[in-house]
Design a protein around this ligand. Structure first.
Ligand SMILES: Cc1ncc(COP(=O)(O)O)c(C=O)c1O
Length: 399
């Protein structure tokens, strides 16, 4: 009788998560496969094509033979472009040696936690939280400690609540602004206060800025721009959302030098670098004026979509939007229907053939909400708002 060797305990920790909240997304996919016409606003993948100037740069690179191993830390030209872009947006000097290139922000987040947090440490995350954070933290044997954001305060950053959650075991704080799923853009003063708190208490501040290119109102402020930020902040970013490049898998971390050095050691064992031709295309994305203009045009289109959806839903007296200041999602509060987000989303799929993600997928603070992706043109989003209002009326009547 062969003895099946066990998997590492980490696997079970990676597989956790709020399965019930994602069931409706999976059901929607299955129904699509069976041929039902579904309006799917659940996915977090821009529906735009990658700007042609970036695709052409990749094609040129492949033809020029840029198909070999790249340095583990990234191609010098891309690291320089990232350093320059980050310095320009934060007003803080960034050495290219601080930049480490990854196949996407997700890999950068996990790698960052692996080199900064030890088993048994605590990592403060906000609620609502981007779904992968708790599992990454748990996978390395650390403990996620949740600090709620208040829907009544527009999911604003409350540094006092973070300070109150710090214990001798706290090692890092993770933030995401503009936020997924909230669309909140944290105020500069709050970010500065958090950066100062992390520096005072010797905590890493991991700032996930993948939506920084998609600011719809006001402006994004990175903790790297804070006077106190440079020593403890690790900024994670990518081209996935800003340049409609999710499938290219290209992102990065900008970190204090000892962290960047540790990331290189980890990458040398885990990744062995990122495709040269994708990195060349990424240089074009960050530096070519045509690519920069194309990214700005996508943000403008998302703003138009947001306005159309929010305005269309304003006529409902049962559900209401948290108007996002950034990112590509709208959180819709369905508390007025008396239903959970999960039940509402389930009914919405059954009765209106529309998929959204229940807020419960992101934590308790976004329960009784729905995350609606702005991944369709205004006319479709206006139709989506009608389906939502109609279903809310139906649900209200059922109460
Ligand atoms: C908040 C947040 N962080 C990170 C990621 C991962 O981005 P990437 O495609 O660059 O790995 C996502 C993707 O949806 C996200 O929403």
């Amino acid at each position: 009788m062969p003895i099946a060797p066990p998997l590492a305990p980490m696997v079970a920790r990676l597989e956790g998560g709020p399965a019930a909240a994602w069931a409706v997304t999976l059901r929607g996919e299955a129904e699509k496969r069976r041929g039902r016409a579904i309006l799917d606003l659940g996915v977090g993948d821009p529906d735009f094509a990658t700007p042609p100037v970036i695709v052409e740069a990749m094609e040129r690179a492949v033809r020029a033979g840029r198909t070999h191993y790249a340095p583990a830390e990234g191609e010098p030209a891309l690291r320089e472009a990232i350093a320059r872009t980050t310095a320009a947006s934060t007003g803080t000097a960034v050495d290219p040696a601080q930049v480490h290139v990854f196949p996407g922000a997700q890999a950068a987040l996990f790698a960052t936690l692996m080199v900064t947090v030890a088993p048994g440490d605590e990592v403060i995350v906000l609620d609502p939280v981007y779904t992968t954070y708790p599992r990454c933290i748990l996978a390395i044997g650390a403990v996620p400690v949740t600090v709620p954001l208040d829907p009544a305060e527009g999911f604003a950053l409350d540094v006092g609540r973070i300070e109150a959650a710090i214990t001798p075991k706290t090692r890092a704080v993770m933030i995401n602004s503009p936020g997924n799923p909230t669309g909140a853009v944290f105020e500069a003063a709050a970010i500065d206060a958090l950066a100062a708190l992390c520096t005072d208490r010797g905590l890493w501040l991991v700032s996930d800025e993948v939506y920084a290119g998609l600011v719809l109102d006001g402006s994004h402020h990175s903790p790297l721009a804070s006077p106190a930020g440079a020593a403890t902040t690790i900024v994670v970013n990518s081209l996935s959302k800003s340049h409609a490049m999710t499938g290219w898998r290209i992102g990065w971390a900008v970190a204090p030098l000892p962290v960047a050095k540790a990331l290189r050691s980890l990458s040398s064992s885990l990744l062995y670098g990122v495709n040269q031709f994708v990195q060349d295309a990424a240089v074009t994305a960050l530096t070519d004026p045509v690519a920069i203009a194309a990214a700005a045009a996508m943000t403008t289109r998302i703003r138009t979509r947001r306005d159309a959806f929010v305005q269309a839903l304003a006529t409902s007296n049962t559900v209401r939007c948290h108007v996002p200041q950034g990112g590509m999602f709208v959180l819709v509060d369905v508390t007025g229907t008396g239903q959970s987000g999960i039940d509402f989303a389930d009914g919405l799929l059954d009765q209106e053939a529309m998929v959204v993600v229940p807020g419960e997928a992101f934590g308790a603070a976004s329960a009784r909400h729905l995350r609606v992706g702005l991944m369709a043109e205004p006319a479709t989003l206006i139709d989506a708002a009608s389906r939502l209002s109609r279903h809310a009326g139906r649900s209200g009547a059922q109460r």
